[in-house]
Design a protein around this ligand. Structure first.
Ligand code: NAD
Ligand code: WQD
Length: 338
């Protein structure tokens, strides 16, 4: 069974390629390398001992997509290709809407032409905005996104629902990821952000290797037990395996399905920091700063639906995530540039 993985050289995509190959799927990666390196795929092959096909290309390039589908018969498309920096999306909304939304539409159009009807979409917990009740579940209200990036996810979800209504032949899995962190336990692949990391875990590991002086915790006056924000961090390998579970579900022709992928456990910024300190064996310097605009106090998910319908259950905890992300960072101080 042949799977097209767009954005497959990126952080979540590369880990998902490992899971797909280990579970017997053939993989074709299509990525423009705008936020990734081909080296990640070389390492995916090293981890799995299996081959994959890499095609450098852009989901905005309709001709190249047509050529790709003409050359391969895909059973499913997993679409990771997209821009994901929240702050940048506020400054460059058109680029975000164009890349993420037009890219997704281009893919769906070429799939329709070549009669490939299985699609998995990387959505995000951000579609829940600032939830009224936590933990959220898949029926919780969506909307109220606070930045163009989040809104691209919301709009694409709506496009997928409209498409499925009009063309029920499409099987679509919308996967709403919570906060993926960690790295493959081999330390061969992991997150390799450009410039100053926006996200918590890569920022912490850059402090650990001395690349940054200290962590700034964005506010300790939230209404949470220790005053810092709470999120549902999920190990990227668990998240990657979630795509195999969703793919198996799509092969049963379920129509459109939505799953939250998280662990069901909320961890505060201090919980995360302490997990990294445990992996490090030392204290990690930090200061308390102002709240970050757009941050919400608490978000974590119920896990029942994913467990009952696709048999997905995260197996790693926050200490495993910290250990593996530290292992990756320690072995690859400059990411894939080493
Ligand atoms: P990433 O930036 O590491 O991976 C995205 C990949 O897509 C990169 O390899 C990039 O080069 C590629 N890409 C971007 N635009 C493209 C285009 N026009 N054509 C072809 N390739 C293109 O990001 P990630 O963290 O692996 O995220 C993967 C997906 O999951 C994204 O859609 C992201 O929005 C979504 N997501 C990520 C998180 C997270 O916290 N990392 C959370 C929720 C959802
Ligand atoms: C986690 C916590 C920060 C950095 C973002 C996107 C979301 C999704 C995942 C894609 C928060 C705090 C962070 C720092 C800190 N991405 N923090 N100091 O904001 O939950 O989610 O990534 O879909 O859409 O918004 O993740 O890792 O940025 O922050 O104190 O230097 O860490 O305030 O409480 P977030 P994050």
């Amino acid at each position: 069974m042949k799977i097209l993985v767009t954005g497959g050289a990126g952080y979540i995509g590369s880990h998902t390629c490992v899971e797909l190959l280990n579970n017997g799927f053939e993989v074709v990666v299509y990525d423009n390398l705008s936020n990734s390196k081909e080296e990640a795929l070389t390492r995916v092959k090293k981890i799995t001992g299996k081959d994959l096909i890499f095609v450098k290309g852009d989901v905005l390039d309709v001709k190249a997509l047509d050529k790709l589908f003409n050359e391969h018969k895909f059973d499913c498309v997993i679409n990771f290709a997209g821009l994901k920096a929240v702050g940048e999306s506020v400054k460059k909304p058109l680029e975000y809407y164009h890349n993420n939304i037009t890219g997704a539409i281009n893919l769906l159009e070429v799939m329709k032409k070549y009669e490939c009807y299985n699609f998995i979409f990387s959505s995000s917990a951000t579609v829940y905005g600032d939830p009224e009740v936590v933990p959220v579940d898949e029926n919780s209200k969506i909307g109220g996104t606070t930045n163009p990036y989040g809104t691209t996810k919301l709009f694409i979800e709506q496009i997928l629902k409209d498409l499925h209504y009009a063309e029920p032949k499409f099987n679509i899995a919308i996967l709403r990821y919570f906060n993926p962190i960690g790295a493959h336990p081999t330390g061969l692949i992991g997150e390799d952000p450009n410039g100053i990391p926006n996200n918590l875990a890569p920022y912490i590991t850059q402090v650990m290797i001395g690349k940054r002086e200290k962590l700034t915790i964005f506010g300790n006056d939230y209404e949470t037990p220790d005053g810092t924000c709470i999120r549902d961090y999920i190990h990227v390998c668990d998240l990657a395996y979630g795509h195999v579970c969703a793919l198996r579900k799509l092969l049963e022709n379920p129509g459109l399905v939505i799953y939250n992928l998280g662990t069901g456990t909320g961890s505060s910024v201090f919980d995360v920091l302490h997990a990294f300190e445990k992996a490090y064996g030392k204290e990690i310097p930090y200061v308390i700063g102002n709240r970050r605009a757009g941050d919400i106090a608490v978000n974590f998910t119920k896990v029942d639906k994913a467990l009952n319908e696709i048999n997905f259950k995260a197996k790693y905890d926050i200490n495993d995530m910290a250990r593996d992300q530290w292992n990756w960072q320690a072995k690859n101080q400059n990411g894939y540039e080493n």
